[in-house]
Ligand binder design. Structure first.
Ligand code: COA
Length: 158
């Protein structure tokens, strides 16, 4: 396996992996399946996206986005990480996050933040093992399929 910066050629696979995660309802409040148009702004801009390849196929991605429009928070990036269902548990998510941490640092960000569903044990374990801190829990932060969900705020200084 190897990690690299994503390019527009990865858009289709990224969308496929992301949509698997959306359908599972364990990772995100998003429910609308994504298209390649939705991710076309993910490449080559200020906020890095990385992919992990195994035997030439992309099996995981991690991506950053703006945390806030306020200038004082410009050094903070939000992130998310997804591994293709059939490739989980093989180290791809860890490799993607390690590459994203490096890429975000090189891009000049000073902190990564995200919100993780409290019951998303794989994600919480992965992030804790990479030096993320669980800041606290937002209760009933939003609804997924009508049900309120709590989320853990995680952060890591770069
Ligand atoms: C979270 C996710 C990205 C982990 O990716 P992965 O490629 O399966 O993870 P890895 O094989 O690299 O495992 C890295 C670490 O994650 C944790 N982990 C992975 N699967 C786990 C599980 N089923 N239970 C508990 N911890 C787990 C472990 O700490 C593991 O380290 P270890 O192998 O040394 O024990 C993957 O489960 C996923 O895509 N989930 C759906 C999307 C999601 O929840 N994204 C996070 C929210 S943004």
């Amino acid at each position: 396996m190897r990690a690299r910066l994503a390019t527009p050629r990865d858009a289709e696979t990224i969308v496929h992996i992301y949509n698997e995660g959306i359908e599972e309802r364990i990772a995100t409040f998003e429910t609308r399946p994504r298209t390649t148009e939705d991710v076309e702004g993910w490449f080559g801009g200020a906020h890095p996206t990385v992919v992990v390849e195994d035997a030439g196929s992309v099996v995981a991605f991690a991506t950053t986005s703006a945390y806030s429009p306020r200038e004082c928070y410009a050094g903070i990036s939000e992130f998310s990480v997804y591994t293709a269902h059939e490739a989980r548990g093989l180290g791809a998510g860890r490799m993607a996050m390690q590459a994203l941490i490096q890429a975000a640092d090189r891009a000049g960000f000073h902190k990564l933040v995200s919100r993780v569903f409290v019951e998303n044990a794989p994600s919480r374990e992965l992030l804790l093992s990479l030096g993320f801190r669980e800041v606290g829990i937002h209760e009933k932060h939003a609804r997924l399929d009508g049900a309120w969900k709590d989320v853990v705020i995680v952060e890591r200084l770069l």
